[in-house]
Ligand binder design. Sequence first.
Ligand code: PXP
Length: 255
Amino acid sequence: MSKALPLRLGVNVDHVATLRNARGGKHPDPLRAALAAIEAGADGITAHLREDRRHIRDADMARLKAEISKPLNFEMAATPDMVQIALATRPHAVCLVPERREEVTTEGGLDVIGHHNTLAPFIARFNDAGIRTSLFIAADPAQIEMAAKLHAPVIEIHTGAWCDAVEAGNTAKAEAEWQRIVAGAKLAQSVGLEVHGGHGLDYATAQTISALPQIAELNIGFHLMGEALFVGLSESIRRMRAAMARGRESLEATA
Ligand code: PXP
């Protein structure tokens, strides 16, 4: 039997709020999407309260926390104001992401080396409050090692550069990015981190990355919501879960 961890799907509902905000009303409701996603098999819900509130708003986050039966993953910038909101909301997990250019590494993801002094007390406060911190970083060995030193329990590997290269048909770049992810996932697990992945994943890339035994969770939004326009949200989630299961099965076949 394979040693692969169970693989969770976190559904990101940000872009339901993007659509709602385009008209300024209440419809479509990200909470309704979250409940439908859970009904369809999501293991958790992710939402990003951006500093500019361009999609999810404070009231959405509060309603999600109050109403959903699965873990809430609160994505946020690493700022004192956001930390206060997250501590008051008490989600299952927070995912610290870059929102400003100077917070991003050249490979993408939060620069946890450059910002370790800011991040350390935030992570400590979340650890004390029983809220799991995930750091959204590139699969860069030095960033991964710093994430472990900061006592973050989880990293989310930024899959955006890989997915963009796959979509562009740039096979050399896609292969290089993929090898970075493979090595990064192994390193992260070896230093005690739980490994998640996300950004830009579609059915095909989700299937591929599901074959990495270290990956415990994928957080996916945009592709699921885009597909929902054509096949409905339940069906897009069902197809995503099927793609992830195929990826895991391919791993078991080679284990
Ligand atoms: N994970 C993180 C940390 C993100 O910032 C995002 C994008 O909001 C996602 C996952 C989901 O990415 P996508 O919407 O491209 O699936």
